[in-house]
Design a protein around this ligand. Structure first.
Ligand code: PRP
Ligand code: MN
Ligand code: MG
Length: 180
């Protein structure tokens, strides 16, 4: 059985993602040229976008990955996140660019931004493939985004349903019968 069979609708096609990623990468290259930024991908969802994005940035940069997880049900009340894998290097006086696949409530990034500022990063800014503004509960500023999406359950290009579908090359909406 193919993964495609469980997709109701393609929301953002592969060529749209690639085209927009190139545009954003160009803007980021101009912004971060000569700053040797530390580009930080948030596992696991950010991996496909991060890989495509950095290949289109023709500047010197370093990259690293972080893995974080929400504190179970406490997420809703506290916004606390647990660091599963921290950065390998210091962010002191570095320009940090965090890469995400999707921003929903904004709690993950708010927490990380506060943490990296406390560690004396020079700047902490965000680029995301998808933004779901209807989910936001924090006053996070999203610096660069590729696409806004409606309040739908989307999968693909890093986004999962029970860990599957991350390897789809596009972003799609799952059929209801898959999760009911
Ligand atoms: C998802 C997504 C973001 C975060 C966004 O990750 O990849 O990291 O949630 O949500 P928020 O804005 O409400 O904080 P998830 O925790 O599902 O882990 P995954 O990337 O490994 O799937
Ligand atoms: Mn994630
Ligand atoms: Mg997930």
């Amino acid at each position: 059985m193919k993964m495609d069979d469980n997709i109701k609708e393609v929301l953002i096609a592969e060529d749209e993602i690639q085209k927009k990623t190139k545009e954003v990468a160009q803007i980021l290259s101009d912004e971060y040229r000569d700053k040797n930024p530390l580009v930080v991908g948030i596992l696991k969802g950010a991996l496909p976008f991060m890989a495509d994005l950095i290949k289109e940035m023709d500047i010197f940069l370093e990259y690293d990955m972080m893995d974080v997880s929400s504190y179970g049900t406490a997420k809703a009340s506290s916004g606390e996140v647990k660091i599963i894998k921290d950065l390998d290097s210091s962010v002191e006086n570095r320009d940090v660019l965090i890469v995400e696949d999707i921003i929903d409530t904004g709690r993950t990034l708010k927490y990380l931004q506060d943490m990296l500022i406390r560690r004396n990063a020079k700047s902490v800014r965000f680029v995301t493939l998808l933004d779901k503004p209807s989910g936001r509960v924090t006053d996070l500023t999203v610096d660069w985004k590729c696409f806004n999406i409606p309040d739908e359950f989307v999968v693909g290009y890093g986004l999962d349903y029970r860990e599957n579908y991350r390897n789809l090359p596009y972003v799609g909406i799952l059929k209801e019968e898959v999760y009911y």
